[in-house]
Design a protein. Structure first.
Length: 512
């Protein structure tokens, strides 16, 4: 009988409070339990407050996806008030949120994911010194450039929204302000400069060339056809990921959820298509989306109040202390779609949007840690042209309305679904007499990092860890690759403690 060993993994280089417990048998992960260790309770903070307070409070849920939370809250209040924002409001909302996502994709890949390749676990590899020169934290050439360039492009949100993070420029019915033409032109210059850098540094080619890749075979042809392709950050990711075997790690649940890239303006050059439509994919096969079949389980979470699945409109957030029998292990709930766990994020977004490369890869080999990160680093190639188009349309239609007249008091129910950098984010609100009677938030990391549900089914990255080989229990870098391919965001700082309250500090996954 194989020896079974339980190992606690407090992971660094993730956003927030995450611990992962794994069971090792015969050098592989046989089971995994993901624990979000921090309760924050924004749903309960919001109760009893004025409806518009959601626009100020929910952006503080996360300093990384702050604009996305604002967008979800504004959409929920739009629906509750029965308002339809004008096209220019949709353009401004979309631009700010997508710019936030672009900078997050670059920062996560270069500053958090690629760092694993320059840890001692790979010190003997022939590519190690060159990778270290490029990706070492705060010293590598790509790390320095990524910090500098993403800092510049995020200035666009400050122009549109007054500040970043935690702006509140989106309101029911639209936005509070239309930048003048000069400000919009400066935003467009920022985007064009960033796109030029992205094409040179990350892709090693024009966006149009990358978009022509429609299969794994075409990807291999692209990688080999030019030294600039192989030496871009995306080329490095492909070469190092394959060398480390990441294309065989982290399959996950095989079910994917996307709320769509953005809200499509009714008029303009950008036309409707699957990229803008919420949807699901089973493997590479897409299907229609139904908001009503979303439910949350609290069977193994530190909450009380119900059994089975509850839709967010009926959700409860009643925290309790961890159960003494160990049956609860996370402050994350377990979101399910039609009763099943769903992976969300750039790969899910690409599959639902009909991306041929990702669909071919999944159909041939299934999902894996490398493909998730390739989808993330390549996503700006899809988003940057959209941002530029909408900025151009804002300049051309500058005098058009940017807000619909809102009622003096909002009463009703509504939900706002958006794709954050890490995937599907939803806000569900019930407003009574102008005050928030109930509010539920389901984040991308709740989907990806969920604990077991009432049926005992593991969440997506718990499933992705199972089967992962671990060569060195003192530095299980393989587990770090898999978890970080989902870009976890449990917010703020990581504090790891054992069950007796003493601080742990002996194990860092992928640390230097």
């Amino acid at each position: 009988m194989a020896e079974r060993r339980i190992v606690e993994l407090p992971l660094n280089r993730v956003e927030g409070d995450l611990e992962v417990r794994i069971a090792i048998e015969d050098g592989r992960i046989a089971d995994a339990w993901s624990s979000g260790t921090l309760y924050r309770g924004f749903e309960n903070i919001l109760k009893g407050r004025a409806a518009l307070d959601a626009l100020v409070i929910t952006p503080r849920v996360c300093g990384i996806c702050t604009t996305t939370h604002l967008n979800a809250a504004a959409k929920a209040l739009d629906a509750a008030a029965g308002l339809t924002p004008p096209d220019n409001a949709l353009r401004l909302r979309n631009i700010a949120r997508l710019v936030e996502g672009v900078q997050s994709d670059l920062r996560h890949t270069i500053l958090m994911f690629m760092v694993d390749f320059v840890t001692p676990a790979y010190a003997g590899q022939p590519w190690f010194d060159a990778a270290q020169a490029r990706f070492a934290p705060l010293a590598g050439s790509s790390a320095i450039e990524t910090i500098r360039e993403t800092k510049r492009v995020i200035e666009l949100i400050a122009v549109i929204g007054g500040q970043w993070p935690h702006s509140s420029f989106m309101v029911p019915g639209g936005v509070t302000h239309m930048p003048n033409v000069t400000e919009l032109a400066s935003c467009r210059a920022l985007v064009m400069r960033f796109q030029q850098w992205y094409e040179t540094q990350v892709l090693g080619c024009r966006i149009e060339r990358w978009q022509a890749i429609d299969s794994v075979a075409a990807l291999d042809t692209w990688l080999a056809e030019s030294a600039a392709h192989a030496d871009g950050d995306l080329g490095w990711l492909l070469r190092l990921g394959r060398a480390a075997g990441l294309d065989a790690l982290g399959k996950g649940c095989g079910r994917f959820l996307s709320y769509g890239i953005a809200d499509l303006p009714r008029e303009g050059a950008v036309k409707a298509g699957p990229a803008f439509t919420p949807g699901v994919a089973i493997g590479a096969v897409t299907a229609a989306f139904d908001q009503q079949v979303i439910g949350e389980s609290i069977a193994t979470s530190h909450y009380e109040g119900y059994q089975g699945l509850r839709h967010p409109f009926e959700g409860l957030t009643r925290p309790v202390a961890p159960r003494t029998d160990g049956s609860s292990y996370s402050y994350a709930k377990a979101p399910r779609y039609d009763g099943e766990p769903m992976e969300t994020g750039p790969l899910a977004e690409a599959l639902v949007a009909g991306d041929n490369l990702c669909a071919d890869w999944v159909a041939r080999h299934g999902a894996n840690a490398l493909l998730r990160q390739v989808a993330r680093l390549a996503r700006p190639a899809r988003l940057l042209p959209l941002i530029d188009t909408w900025l151009t349309e804002l300049i051309d239609s500058h005098d058009a309305p940017f807000i619909a007249v809102a009622p003096k008091r909002i009463d009703g129910v509504g939900y706002g679904l958006v794709n954050a950098a890490r995937g599907a984010l939803g806000h569900w609100a019930r407003i009574e007499h102008g005050e928030i009677a109930a509010y539920q938030i389901v984040t991308p990391t709740a989907w990806n990092g969920s604990p077991r549900d009432d049926r005992g089914v593991a969440g997506p990255w718990e499933q992705a860890l199972i089967g992962t080989p671990v060569a060195d229990l003192d530095n299980p870098i393989e587990a770090g690759h898999v978890i970080r391919s989902f870009d976890p965001c449990l917010v703020c700082t990581v504090h790891a403690y054992d069950r007796h309250g003493t601080r742990l500090g002996s194990l860092r996954v992928g640390g230097r």
